[in-house]
Design a protein around this ligand. Structure first.
Ligand SMILES: *Cc1c(COP(=O)(O)O)cnc(C)c1O
Length: 320
């Protein structure tokens, strides 16, 4: 078993991120508190640099490169937000970045990645193995591979969002975060366990891709085919060894949400809170809404993980 990152690593990441990542706002809504009979605190990572929490993990990981690694550059694979996060962090630190992206990734995410200075190489997400391609590039060209979630520095960086949330909102009874490969959930769990020891931590996946739920309940990492869901940030096929190591130790349960529930949440955020939240970013709130009876009277944190959605697609989803 590789060494798992700790809350001390999250604190070190927070120091590296100071002056580079935004300290995003924590918003509340009287409407939703009345609907659920609970007190909700939304951590708005849709307002983070490049539009998602992934800037935190990417910047933390690249900040730790030595001189040789900085010169040679970084390579990664991603369905979108991690790609933009690596491209932006690399350009801020003067490191060349090569990004492997699925050929059918949302247009806005691909354009943004190129706009941040990343070199984009495409692959077919349904037939090719992105991890094998990434390893090949790193071996052939001496590039350092920073994967989207199963990396100690990525996990520690992602944990800084929940750290800020609890610093600002105070101790929580429950915390809900979206779950893809588990970088956000495991990092959040390190912070929540340290700052709010009794907090129940929940990860939420798209119903069509519940590998994390199966893994959590069986105790072994379950692999699935790329799920078809509008939550493109959580179309991962399996958890990582590091993320699962933390998740199985700290998390209360893994829940799921349907695409219809995600659209309903996107509508709520747009209409009532004037927030653009991408489908994946709505997972945590979708599950909290369904659980409402057991949350009555409690203090609940929800991480809105990102806001990168083509505006035309947003309108089409809301009109459907
Ligand atoms: C990547 C991503 C997730 C999932 O994060 P993991 O660390 O892979 O679990 C959730 N929401 C958004 C917006 C993302 O970009």
């Amino acid at each position: 078993m590789p060494t798992l990152p700790t809350y001390d690593d999250v604190c070190a990441a927070a120091t590296r991120l100071r002056g580079f990542a935004h300290r995003t706002p924590v918003l509340t809504s009287r409407t939703i508190d009345l609907e659920l009979g609970a007190q909700l605190f939304f951590k708005c990572e849709n307002l983070q640099r490049m539009g998602a929490f992934k800037f935190r993990g990417a910047f933390n990981a690249l900040s730790r490169f030595d001189e040789r690694q900085r010169k040679a550059g970084v390579v990664t694979f991603s369905s979108g937000n991690h790609a933009q996060a690596i491209a932006l962090s690399a350009s801020l630190l003067g490191i060349p970045a090569t990004i492997l992206m699925p050929a059918d990734a949302p247009a806005a995410k691909m354009a943004a990645t190129r706009g941040y200075g990343g070199k984009v190489v495409t692959y077919d997400r349904y037939t090719e193995d992105r991890e094998a391609i990434g390893r090949e590039w790193s071996e052939r060209q001496g590039l350092t591979l920073i994967p989207p979630y199963d990396h100690a520095d990525v996990i520690s960086g992602q944990g800084t969002a929940a750290r800020e949330l609890i610093e600002e909102a105070g101790e929580l009874d429950a915390l809900f975060t979206p779950l893809g490969g588990g970088g956000l959930l495991s990092g959040s769990a390190l912070s929540a366990r340290a700052l709010s020891p009794r907090c129940e931590i929940y990860g939420v996946e798209p119903e069509a891709g519940n590998d994390g739920q199966q893994s959590f309940r069986t105790g072994d990492i379950v692999h699935i085919d790329t799920p078809r869901t509008i939550a493109d940030g959580a179309q991962t096929q399996h958890l990582g060894a590091l993320t699962f190591g933390i998740i199985r130790r700290e998390v209360k349960d893994v829940l799921t949400a349907t695409d219809d529930q995600l659209v309903e949440c996107m509508r709520f955020f747009a209409e009532r809170m004037k927030l653009v939240v991408e489908p994946t970013g709505c997972l945590g709130f979708a599950a909290a809404r369904v659980m409402q009876d057991s949350l009555k009277g409690r203090r609940v944190g929800v991480i809105l993980s990102g806001g990168n959605v083509d505006i035309v697609r947003l309108c089409a989803l809301l009109a459907s």
